[in-house]
Design a protein around this ligand. Structure first.
Ligand SMILES: [Zn+2]
Length: 101
């Protein structure tokens, strides 16, 4: 998954009146049943001092490296949201091997 896509789909921010970032939320996927994904926006950080774009990008790198949120699939080598992984292999790769969800 490309960084831009991940940002669009899984990361949200809330900004103050000056356009500085105060809070970062990360989307967590949980499965109620094999076909019902539940999206939960988890507060990743609430900054006491709002941060600028450079600090934000640094935080993004930390989030992307955080296995709580993202993991790299052993099979296709693509970084995916942890909720789309089944152990070390992503759901897309599992489907390709014939496992139906
Ligand atoms: Zn994969």
């Amino acid at each position: 998954m490309k960084l831009q896509e991940m940002l669009r789909d899984y990361i949200r921010t809330s900004k103050n009146n000056n356009g500085l970032i105060e809070k970062i939320y990360v989307c967590k996927i949980s499965w109620d049943s094999p076909h019902t994904a539940n999206l939960v926006w988890e507060l990743y950080k609430n900054f006491s001092e709002p941060i600028d774009k450079i600090s934000f990008e640094r935080e993004l790198e930390k989030i992307l490296d955080n296995k709580r949120y993202f993991e790299t699939c052993d099979s296709c080598g693509i970084k995916k949201a942890s909720g789309n992984m089944n152990g070390k292999v992503c759901h897309s790769c599992m489907e390709k091997t014939g496992i139906v969800f």
